[in-house]
Ligand binder design. Structure first.
Ligand code: NAD
Ligand code: GLY
Length: 346
């Protein structure tokens, strides 16, 4: 078992990573928490696969909420359903909430845990690659509004994160590839060894070690900038143009990972336009090896407009994440007018 711990403003999160860990999750949970009861939140795809397996290991009263799978359910009405279920089950502030699922379940459940009775203990059991390397660690929780994604939320750290790479076996290939976009992002921003690992033909056989390296980076970044006021922005490499593309595709044409992949390639091209070495070709080759798209097929003017409405723009300046050498990211403020010129050339 590989372990990491993250010390945040409100205590420590222990992160355990091991293939097969879900079968031993009950013991790990009861080693850390002493609740009188547990409420598990999962979704309609994950529930038939793993809910019974988890519930069967908890030798105390357990209740659950199964939400419909999908980003469109990451909203306040779903959180309200979870509150009602927890009250009906008799959950108190001393009890434990478990998120069993991908990033959607993790974000909603984290927000419910942060706000129910002003805060109850939280354990994250991420079941997608994206959730394992990214969303389950670092304490960002929240829901979407009609006006945009993740507009309501809280920083709320899970006390325990249990990562079992074996559950990835049931993921559709495209959902696995989505998570790989974030893996490639970690390689470019902080550890180029990850790029060597994912370039191997049998990289999936080494996914546990790849996850560990990614989570270590996320842990280190969040430990320095838990509340996202500076360094944590480097985790947005590929996300600035990626979010704009996702928006232009009405959040249906591209998955998040596909948008991030395209956004990273665009960010590399932009870096070359700024006079840096052109690192686009090796990035394109890694993304193609994984099965992710690389071409930005949207009108550049529309991309610029969508990008300007993104929350990362402050006072006419966009904080762009650039990689001038693999393994090192830089937060580069670019004036909006200058950026416009470069985006048109992408
Ligand atoms: P998701 O939670 O929608 O999961 C994708 C699909 O896979 C769903 O249909 C789900 O039911 C299914 N699934 C999950 N685990 C499975 C398994 N083991 N086997 C088979 N199917 C499985 O999507 P996601 O990509 O995990 O997460 C995306 C969400 O994460 C977005 O809402 C995004 O905003 C959020 N996010 C949050 C953070 C953060 O720091 N909190 C970071 C990145 C992304
Ligand atoms: N996924 C970006 C962050 O956690 O800050």
């Amino acid at each position: 078992m590989q372990t990491l711990s993250l010390t945040g403003a409100n205590g420590v999160s222990d992160i355990l990573i091991e293939t097969g860990l879900l079968a031993r999750a009950g013991a790990a949970i009861l080693d850390t928490f002493s609740p009188s009861r547990v409420h598990i939140v999962t979704d309609s795809t994950v529930a038939p696969l793993y809910l019974e397996k988890l519930e069967g290991q908890l030798s105390l009263p357990v209740s659950h909420t199964v939400i419909p799978a999908g980003e469109e359910h990451k909203r306040l009405t779903t959180v309200e359903t979870i509150y009602h279920d927890m009250l009906a089950a008799g959950m108190t502030r001393k009890d434990l909430v478990i998120a069993l699922g991908g990033g959607v379940v993790g974000d909603i459940t984290g927000f419910a845990a942060a706000t129910f009775l002003r805060g109850v203990s939280l354990c994250q059991i991420p079941t997608t690659l994206l959730a394992q390397v990214d969303s389950s660690v670092g304490g960002k929780t929240g829901v979407d509004l009609a006006e945009g994604k993740n507009l309501v939320g809280a920083f709320y750290q899970p006390r325990l994160v249990l990562i079992d790479p074996a559950v990835l076996a049931t993921l559709p290939n495209a959902t696995f590839a989505d998570g790989m976009a974030e893996v490639v992002k970690y390689g470019y921003i902080a550890n180029k060894d990850i790029l060597d690992m994912v370039s191997q033909p049998d990289y999936k056989a080494h996914i546990e070690d790849i996850i560990y390296e990614c989570v270590k980076i996320k842990r280190d970044v969040v430990a320095i900038d838990e509340h996202d006021t500076g360094l944590r922005m480097i985790l947005n490499f590929g996300h600035t143009i990626g979010h704009a593309a996702e928006k232009l595709g009405n959040y249906t044409d591209l998955t998040h990972g596909q948008a991030v992949a395209i956004g990273m390639v665009a960010a590399m091209r932009l870096s070359a336009l700024l006079g840096n070495d052109d690192l686009t070709a090796p990035l394109v080759s890694i993304l193609q090896h994984i099965g992710l798209p690389t071409e930005l097929n949207y009108d550049r003017e529309a991309i610029y407009t969508a990008l300007l409405s993104d929350k990362k723009k402050f006072g006419g300046v966009v904080n762009f994440i650039l990689v001038r050498e693999p393994g090192r990211a830089e937060i580069t403020p670019i004036e909006a007018e200058k950026l416009h010129k470069y985006i048109l050339k992408l």
